[in-house]
Write a protein that binds this ligand. Structure first.
Ligand SMILES: *Cc1c(COP(=O)(O)O)cnc(C)c1O
Length: 338
């Protein structure tokens, strides 16, 4: 096996093992280890028909000290529990979630990209309804599994400003819908608008609040933030997925003397930001260079010299520094797997 670590795409590559656990008869069974990339699934499983499906995304990082680190796994476990509750699935207990992570990372050690390549081992926890139903109701059986795959940076262009399109003709999620949980249905609902954005040359689209179309909501599959007046501002909305990256950036911003505001962000406030970006586990921070609003024909421009802004760079270095073990971890965000 020869992997070109420096040119890894953000895509799927087979690894040696994945781990699985079934919920049947009202309880979780034993964690199983398998090499199969396939799931035997009943054709009437609720995940296939009624969207009983939730997932998580996390990474394992190889440090310069050759120790393997995972980041804030309790937050991912908690979020997956909220997703399960939100679409009436069995909740995966924290201990099971943790055991699954440790087991799957240890079994696939040789796929963890070396320190210094900017790559990491991506972990994809998945929870699906496997029980057969035809009527609309929650399944009585579930599968929780984690597979892993080594990934390079999410955006091929790397840590460079990218362009975004404001999306006014589609909503990803409704104010009282499922936008706040990490379920596949939200992603299905975003695909047409995301592809339209890509066809027009944009890296992603920015959704507005579905009720008034006045405030910034989610930034494709990532959270939005803007910087101005020494303040980190991120939207408060019931249809945004609470990003663990965003939560961490808010804490780190405070540490370097930057104020933090979480509140509704009107679209026209885009004109007043010095820096804007999207954030999530996959890319950490994606700095935004331009935002085009097709309705008003306004283009908001940032990073006019072609480089990400200083606050974004600083926060990016701080957070990735903690994740790779180059910086101290004052908040206990890291667990060393091995
Ligand atoms: C997963 C996800 C994010 C990012 O969350 P992180 O915990 O930072 O990875 C943001 N928005 C949406 C819609 C997501 O699904």
């Amino acid at each position: 096996m020869k992997i070109d670590w420096k040119n890894l795409p953000f895509g799927y590559m087979p690894t040696d093992y994945n781990v699985r656990c079934y919920y049947r008869g009202g309880q979780w069974g034993e964690l199983e280890i398998t090499s199969s990339e396939y799931i035997p699934l009943h054709m009437a499983a609720t995940s296939l028909h009624y969207g009983q499906e939730a997932f998580e995304g996390m990474k394992a990082y190889m440090g310069q000290d050759r120790k393997i680190r995972i980041f804030r796994w309790q937050d991912n476990a908690g979020r997956m529990a909220n997703s399960a509750i939100g679409i009436k699935m069995a909740v995966v207990p924290d201990e099971l979630f943790h055991k699954a992570i440790i087991t799957v990372v240890n079994l696939n050690k040789k796929y963890i990209p070396p320190y210094g390549t900017g790559a990491a081992l991506y972990l994809r926890p998945l929870l699906i309804g496997t029980g057969a139903e035809v009527g609309v109701k929650p399944a009585s059986e579930y599968l929780f599994m984690i597979f892993v795959t080594p990934v390079g940076p999410y955006f091929k262009e790397g840590f460079k400003p990218m362009n975004m399109l404001i999306c006014r003709s589609f909503d990803r999620a409704a104010p009282m819908g499922t936008g706040h949980i990490k379920v596949g249905g939200n992603y299905a609902a975003s695909l047409v608008s995301l592809e339209k954005g890509h066809e027009q040359g944009y890296a992603s689209v920015i959704y507005l609040d579905a009720r008034e179309k006045k405030y910034i909501d989610e930034c494709g599959p990532a959270n939005f933030f803007g910087i101005k007046n020494n303040t980190y501002i991120t939207p408060d909305s019931s249809s945004i997925l609470p990003s663990i990256t965003n939560k961490s950036l808010m804490t780190l911003a405070g540490d370097i003397g930057i104020k933090v505001e979480k509140r509704p962000v009107p679209v026209d406030e885009l004109a007043s930001f010095d820096e804007v970006g999207a954030c999530g586990t996959a890319a950490v921070i994606s700095p935004i260079g331009k935002i085009f609003d097709p309705d008003t024909n306004i283009t908001y421009e940032y990073c006019k010299d072609g480089n990400p802004g200083p606050v974004s760079v600083n926060l990016y270095n701080k957070l990735t520094g903690i994740q790779y073990g180059d910086e101290p971890d004052p908040y206990g965000w890291i667990e060393i797997v091995d």
